[in-house]
Design a protein around this ligand. Structure first.
Ligand SMILES: [Zn+2]
Length: 339
């Protein structure tokens, strides 16, 4: 039983009381002439006997007619009572119904708002679930990427690491080969890299590896330094973050953490910008890197696919077969892997 039902029950009881009262009033109206008769008769007792008889006869007739009138009054009274009762019933019922209808409308509106609230809550939960699912998926990808890289099974060189496909932050190549005092690469690519650098040098080119394997911690330092440099230039924090992330992969999403990527620059032009592409060193690397199992990972006008701006210095080892196909088709690693 809710409050509306309680109110309705109370109103119904109240209504019956009014009906009873009105019907009773009808009875009272009917009683008036009878009482009048008794009163007149009492008055008549004070007259002489004849007069008393006359009075009694008269009173009797009056009583009779009074009784008849009383019956009429009874009918009329009852009728009026019932009619009034019915009228009040109708009016109050209408009022109750109206109030009930208003309550119902208010209740319906309240329920609608509750439903809308629940729907909105549900939607936000769905969105949250999607985000959690996405985060869950990413965590799964990151773990799987680390597993594939750790294994020597086919496919280790084709691991995709980007913003949507992170790498477990604790991944470390099982074997690292130093290429100088500070830098090292995954030992599985060391020989091909060395051959490429030697062949380039043999062509009279002067270039060197400026960046190779970077641990997650190192990537964090590089990313922070990139952001700091932009903040110092006066960029707002969010702008600095967004600008940094277009050229430096966010920690956990960098290919450098795989040990399969290297940044090679010309000795004569050490800036990491698009002009690097015009150097004879990059021209040669872009034309021949596939022969050594490398691809230019972030080609011009592919930022919408790779998520990284044109980087004519970042080379990624994918294996000789894949490098050949990717180069011939002029596609990115994402497109090659159908991602
Ligand atoms: Zn790089």
């Amino acid at each position: 039983m809710n409050r509306t039902d309680d109110i309705l029950t109370f109103m119904k009881k109240f209504l019956y009381k009014i009906q009873e009262l009105l019907i009773h009033t009808g009875k009272q109206i009917w009683m008036i002439p009878i009482r009048m008769g008794h009163f007149l008769r009492k008055l008549g007792l004070k007259k002489n006997k004849r007069e008393i008889i006359k009075k009694q006869e008269k009173q009797f007739s009056e009583h009779t007619s009074g009784s008849a009138r009383g019956k009429g009054a009874l009918v009329k009274g009852l009728g009026a009572g019932i009619l009034a009762g019915v009228m009040v019933t109708v009016v109050i019922s209408a009022a109750i119904f109206h109030s009930y209808a208003e309550n119902a409308a208010a209740r319906e509106s309240e329920l609608e708002s509750q439903i809308a609230g629940l729907e909105s809550e549900n939607k936000s939960l769905e969105n949250r679930n999607e985000l959690l699912q996405l985060e869950g998926d990413k965590a799964e990808i990151a773990k799987k990427n680390a597993e594939i890289l750790s294994s020597d099974e086919e496919g280790w060189s084709l691991v995709l690491v980007n913003e949507e496909h992170p790498l477990a932050t604790d991944y470390e190549p099982a074997r690292l080969t130093a290429i100088d005092s500070e830098r090292s690469v995954d030992s599985r690519i060391a020989a091909d890299l060395q051959k490429m650098m030697e062949d380039g040098a043999a062509q009279g080119l002067d270039m060197y590896v400026t960046s190779a394997y970077r641990s997650y911690e190192r990537q964090r330092e590089v990313f922070s330094a990139g952001m700091q440099e932009r903040l110092n230039r006066g960029l707002a924090p969010l702008e600095a973050y967004e600008d940094t992330s277009t050229s430096i992969a966010f920690p956990g999403t960098s290919e450098h953490a795989t040990g399969l990527a290297v940044d090679i620059i010309a000795n004569g032009y050490s800036e990491l910008d698009e002009k690097q592409a015009s150097t004879p060193e990059q021209q040669w690397l872009m034309a021949h890197c596939w022969e050594y199992g490398f691809i230019l990972r972030y080609p011009q006008d592919t930022g919408d696919i790779t998520g990284i701006i044109y980087e004519p210095w970042h080379y990624r080892y994918v294996g000789k077969e894949a490098a050949k196909e990717i180069t011939e088709q002029g596609i990115t690693l994402e497109e090659y892997l159908g991602e």
